[in-house]
Design a protein around this ligand. Structure first.
Ligand SMILES: CC(C)(COP(=O)(O)OP(=O)(O)OC[C@H]1O[C@@H](n2cnc3c(N)ncnc32)[C@H](O)[C@@H]1OP(=O)(O)O)[C@@H](O)C(=O)NCCC(=O)NCCS
Length: 164
């Protein structure tokens, strides 16, 4: 997560926050706090190494997909898209999701476009950057958090039978 979101100058992927936010994106304690009901972290491992991750959080008001990250040295090979697809399928299967939510920082148009190409749309909901959430401090002014949503539908049993 930290290597992907806030990479060093020697190890950058195609989109990250290193030029916008200082500090770590996530701490060990914050990762551990995600181990609870309706919260799942999907990992892609190559041997012992974690190559990519994504978090799926179920809930009444929708299912939130966050923490999508690919090792910077392995980006632009289709891994991020596959992780997002798995997260979406997991949300539908395990949390009965009908609405998927993601958040994007306002100063990351390339990431916004990445989600829009995958069917997510801006909701118009805009929040201030969470300064006290322990996810790093902005290095530039005017950063906001944009909300996106995508409506999904669990395939019905009837539809599956017709296909067969
Ligand atoms: C966002 C992230 C997970 C994508 O992972 P990835 O493994 O590189 O993603 P993929 O290889 O599957 O897809 C790359 C996509 O970006 C596009 N892309 C590649 N380089 C690009 C560039 N320089 N500018 C804009 N788009 C670019 C590709 O065309 C492809 O999109 P397309 O299939 O619609 O054409 C990864 O960049 C990352 O970990 N970033 C840091 C963490 C982060 O910001 N996560 C977002 C959470 S909200």
């Amino acid at each position: 997560m930290n290597r992907a979101y806030r990479p060093s100058a020697q190890e950058t992927g195609w989109t990250h926050e290193a030029n916008l936010i200082a500090g770590e994106r996530i701490s060990t304690e914050q990762v551990l706090s995600l181990f609870h009901e309706q919260s799942t972290i999907l990992l892609l491992r190559l041997g012992q190494e974690i190559v990519a991750c994504v978090h799926v959080q179920g809930g009444q008001s929708g299912t939130y997909i966050g923490m999508l990250a690919t090792n910077p040295t392995m980006q632009t090979q289709g891994i991020g898209k596959q992780m997002l697809l798995h997260a979406e399928a997991y949300a539908i299967e395990h949390y009965n999701a009908s609405v998927l939510k993601v958040s994007v920082l306002s100063l990351r148009p390339e990431l916004l476009a990445f989600y829009e190409r995958r069917g997510y749309a801006l909701t118009g909901q805009v929040e201030e950057y969470p300064l006290s959430a322990g996810v790093g401090q902005p290095m530039v002014t005017g950063i906001q958090v944009l909300s996106l949503e995508k409506r999904v539908r669990k395939p019905s049993i009837q539809a599956s039978i017709v296909k067969m």
